[in-house]
Write a protein that binds this ligand. Structure first.
Ligand code: NI
Length: 170
C-alpha cells in the first residue's frame, strides 16, 4: 500500500471506460482502496477514481472534513463507491470552478446537476443508495465521469472559463 503516481491528462488510459468490479471484499480490492486513500490524501484531493492511478476499474472514493482547495463547501462523509450509477433528479445545473488531480494547476467552470441519486456498492458489496445535492452531487458526478473516461475539461462549455489556479477568477 502506498501513494501512487496520479496520471495526468494526455495519458490514453484516462479516456477509457472502466470495467465493473465483480468480486467484493477481496485483498486486491482492499489494496486498491488503500492506495486510493493514501494518494488522495497525499495530493489533498476531495475525491479520486481508480483510473487516475492506472487501474481501470469502477472504484471511486471521496469525502473530506475540510479542504483548502475548496474552502467554502460543506463536508462530505468518507465514501468508497463501486460500480456506481447516477440519476439526475432535476434539470437544474449550476456552475462551479472544478479542479482535478489529473489536470494539475488548472480550474474550469463546469455545469453539473444540482441534485442526483447515486447507487452502487461499498467495499463489502453492500448497497449504497443516496440522494444528494450541491457540492456532494458535483463531486460524485466528477468522479463518475472518470469511470466513463471523461475529464472535466471535456465538460466546460465556455472555454474562457478555463484557467490556471494562480490567476483571478472572474
Ligand atoms: Ni478528477
Amino acid at each position: 500500500m502506498s501513494v501512487q503516481k496520479v496520471l495526468k491528462m494526455g495519458e490514453p488510459s484516462l479516456l477509457l471506460p472502466s470495467a465493473e468490479v465483480v468480486d467484493f471484499d477481496t485483498p486486491q480490492l482492499r489494496a486498491l482502496v488503500s492506495d486510493l486513500y493514501e494518494t488522495m490524501e497525499a495530493y489533498h484531493g476531495v475525491g479520486i477514481a481508480a483510473p487516475q492511478i492506472g487501474v481501470n476499474q469502477q472504484v471511486v472514493i471521496f469525502g473530506f472534513e475540510s479542504n483548502p482547495r475548496y474552502p467554502d463547501v460543506e463536508p462530505i462523509s468518507s465514501t468508497v463507491l463501486i460500480n456506481p450509477t447516477i440519476t439526475a433528479l432535476t434539470d437544474k445545473e449550476d456552475l462551479y470552478w472544478e479542479a482535478c488531480l489529473s489536470v494539475p494547476g488548472l480550474r474550469g467552470e463546469v455545469p453539473r446537476w444540482t441534485k442526483i441519486r447515486y447507487q452502487g456498492f461499498d467495499i463489502n458489496g453492500e448497497i449504497i443508495d443516496r440522494v444528494v445535492e450541491g457540492f456532494h452531487a458535483r463531486v460524485v458526478q466528477h468522479e463518475y465521469d472518470h469511470l466513463l473516461g471523461i475529464l472535466y475539461p471535456q465538460r466546460i462549455r465556455d472555454m474562457k472559463k478555463f484557467r490556471f489556479e494562480e490567476t483571478q477568477a472572474k
